[in-house]
Write a protein that binds this ligand. Structure first.
Ligand code: SF4
Length: 107
């Protein structure tokens, strides 16, 4: 086998491996577990899956219109039921959820 053929074979294999990795990535992202309210960091930030269940006495700055979907840190779409949050890496937060780190989405 010539050196150029070896290099071509290597590039073909590398391209195939990259295609497999790219096709697996969306499925792995979709499989991220939801953030549980009992998660220690979630408890610390007062996270609730339903913004209507937030204790307003404990969090007086909370307003029912504030949801994860309208938060700057939410990485899902505005109508997604759940999506990633940059505070809770590797977890999905509820689109209708809330925590005390809520920050109004810009724009
Ligand atoms: Fe939801 Fe924003 Fe708190 Fe993340 S930081 S859990 S998106 S309110």
């Amino acid at each position: 086998m010539s050196p150029s053929l070896n290099r071509r074979t290597l590039l073909l294999h590398a391209g195939g491996a990259a295609a497999v990795l790219l096709s697996v990535q969306p499925a792995a992202r979709a499989a991220a577990p939801k953030l549980e309210e009992s998660d220690p960091m979630a408890v610390g930030l007062g996270y609730r899956e339903d913004t209507h269940k937030v204790d307003d006495k404990k969090f007086p700055k909370h307003a029912e219109a504030q949801t994860c979907a309208s938060c700057q840190l939410f990485q899902g779409g505005p109508k997604d039921a759940a999506g990633p949050c940059s505070l809770f890496a590797g977890k999905q937060v509820a689109g209708g959820g809330w925590c005390s780190a809520w920050t109004k989405k810009a724009g």
